[in-house]
Design a protein around this ligand. Structure first.
Ligand code: SAH
Ligand code: SF4
Ligand code: F3S
Length: 438
């Protein structure tokens, strides 16, 4: 039996891809190890979204190489988005034996057999139809409660700053029957929550001779698997999230009331240049619609500070939008120019680093204040939590998420992982609700 060790970087889709890779390699006789030093195959499933994500991986490649030098025959592989973006430039370093892009994981067994010290192997072909629909991912989560299910791959939106369409290829949706089957399988294995994944789940569309299934219909089908199986999804795109999706969420108790809706900027001029295909008013209208149909809906977002030509006025627009909406939580980034993107070709990266960072810090400070407000707002409420396991800080306490995605910590009281528990919110920080059993 050969041993494989994989480090995963980037988004939830990459986490799920690693699970697909484990499944493909398991059929080829590999067992998983969490100790790099004992692995025959060391891989990083990589991310290219920002320059610092790639820099971190270069550091890991150095480390993998030290292990390879100590243990002759160890294979080092780079897979995922950075493999797709840099291709044979990774092999030119002589530090990597294997380079495989996100659509080529089925070729891993063949490539692994062909590797010799003088012939590294590469497959970075992107596909129009690969969705790995028939592969049951080997789950790598630690609690056995919450599973990822990819419902689509690639992206057809060419947001001008974004590298994903180049690393993941064209958008394609996965057969809904295979998605529902996978949800049934994980439920039978004891999982109580699935997260449906795609770069833009709202553009999910499956067409066959018998049926047309859009995202609202897919949500309905997955929610109907069992009322005890909670359904989450990410990422929603402000330009595409439909009333039907919002209404389907409202109609099913087991569809979690949380939407991750990346805004990127509060300035319509920036949004236009980013090619997001919506403006500030459209975004605010979608938020108003969500809140009118689902008043208790959790809302989180992504924000980019310092995109090309961003002025103080544009930046003030982002701050005022965040103030107005009041997100529960946000992922906030300084703009990082990615080679090959439309922005890299057309728009200079002209906001000085110190200005970018100052703006980012203002955005973070505002969001921290808003998060605390939003979490405080929950104090006194009664929430249902799906137990994920012991709390990291205090193993006598349990933790789990409420429907709105807020993390709750509460006394064990004989409850266990995978159970639904009603709690009363007593106190909070800006990232955790501190609760008592209800
Ligand atoms: N498909 C999702 C986002 C995927 S990437 C969507 O469209 O919303 C996750 C986040 O990374 C993005 O929402 C964006 O905020 C950030 N991001 C992407 N490219 C970036 C870049 N070049 N520089 C800084 N942040 C970036
Ligand atoms: Fe990137 Fe835009 Fe696609 Fe999201 S929707 S992955 S930001 S191109
Ligand atoms: Fe990164 Fe690729 Fe995901 S670039 S964010 S791992 S799609």
């Amino acid at each position: 039996m050969k041993k494989v060790y994989i480090e995963t970087y980037g988004c939830q889709m990459n986490v799920n891809d690693t699970e697909v890779i484990f499944s493909i390699l398991a059929k080829d006789g590999y067992v998983r190890t969490e100790t790099m030093e004992e692995a025959d195959l060391i891989m990083a499933n990589t991310c290219s979204i920002r320059d610092n994500a790639e820099q971190r991986i270069w550091g890991r490649i150095e480390l993998f190489n030290q292990v390879r030098r100590r243990r002759e025959g160890t294979v080092v592989g780079i897979v995922g988005c950075m493999a797709e973006r840099l291709k044979d430039r990774l092999l030119d370093t002589h530090k990597v034996d294997l380079v495989v892009g996100p659509d080529a994981y089925r070729s891993l067994p063949r490539l692994l057999k062909a590797i010799t010290p003088d012939s590294p192997q590469i497959d970075v072909l992107l596909s129009r139809d690969e969705t790995y629909a028939d592969i049951s991912p080997v789950r790598t989560d630690r609690n056995g409660v919450s599973a990822f299910i990819s419902i689509m791959r690639g992206c057809n939106n060419v947001c001008s700053y974004c590298v994903v369409p180049y690393t993941r290829g064209a958008e394609r949706s996965r057969d809904p029957h295979s998605i529902v089957r996978e949800a049934c399988d994980v439920f039978r294995q004891g999982y109580r929550e699935v997260t449906l994944l795609g770069q833009n789940v709202d553009s999910y569309l499956w067409k066959s001779e018998e049926e047309t299934v859009d995202f609202a219909e897919l949500l309905r089908r997955v929610a109907s698997v069992d009322p005890r199986l909670r359904v989450r999804f990410a990422t929603s795109h402000p330009k595409d999230i439909s009333d039907a999706v919002i209404e389907t969420m409202a109609a099913h108790d087991n569809i979690c009331k949380h939407i991750h809706l990346p805004v990127q900027s509060g300035s319509s001029r920036m949004l236009e240049k980013m090619r997001r295909k919506y403006d500030r008013e459209w975004y605010l209208e979608r938020v108003a619609r969500i809140r009118s149909v689902i008043p208790e809906c959790g809302l989180t977002t992504d924000v980019i500070a310092g995109f090309s030509s961003e002025t103080e006025e544009d930046h003030a627009g982002t701050l005022s939008l965040m103030e107005e909406v009041g997100f529960d939580w946000a992922f906030m980034f300084a703009y990082s120019e990615r080679p090959g993107t439309l922005a890299a070709r057309k728009y200079p990266d002209d906001v000085p680093p110190e200005v970018k960072n100052r703006r980012l810090n203002e955005i973070i400070a505002l969001q921290n204040r808003k998060s605390l407000e939003r979490y405080r707002h929950q104090v006194g409420r009664r929430l249902t939590v799906l137990v994920e396991g012991p709390s990291k800080r205090d193993p006598d306490q349990l933790c789990g998420r409420a429907s709105n995605n807020m993390m709750c910590v509460f006394p064990g009281g004989g409850h266990g992982t995978g159970e639904y528990v009603d709690v009363l919110v007593r106190d909070c920080t800006s990232a955790t609700l501190i609760c008592d059993l209800a």
